[in-house]
Design a protein around this ligand. Structure first.
Ligand SMILES: [Zn+2]
Length: 116
């Protein structure tokens, strides 16, 4: 079954909800919402500026996504319809407990992705 929107398994929402940690577009390496979106964007941009991801920004983007994936309780993939031939893969990550969102967001922000 193909999804065309992110879907939260906890509150059955098709939009950004209180469980949403991050929604990304894997093709455009862009963030589209969620509590971690700002930190994610910042980490990605900083790495670009520092030249860390200069060799392979796609790989670094995936590393960041993997990190969010480890923090999340559920995730889903969906198709971002961008017109004919322009559909891309979207991913969304959720936590089961909205009270954890702030903690997880801090954890993600402070975790040095590159030291792995
Ligand atoms: Zn939800």
């Amino acid at each position: 079954m193909t999804r065309y929107a992110p879907y939260c398994p906890f509150c059955k929402s098709y939009d950004v909800c209180e469980h949403t940690l991050l929604i990304v577009d894997m093709h455009w390496q862009s963030t589209e919402g969620g509590a971690l979106a700002e930190s994610f964007h910042e980490k990605f941009e900083n790495a670009s500026i520092e030249g860390v991801s200069a060799l392979d920004p796609i790989e670094y983007f995936r590393d960041l996504v993997r990190e969010v994936s480890e923090l999340s309780d559920a995730e889903c993939e969906f198709v971002n319809e961008g017109g004919p031939g322009n559909s891309t893969l979207g991913k969304a990550f959720y936590t089961s407990d909205p009270k954890q969102v702030f903690l997880l967001s801090e954890k993600f922000r402070d975790e040095p992705t590159l030291s792995k």
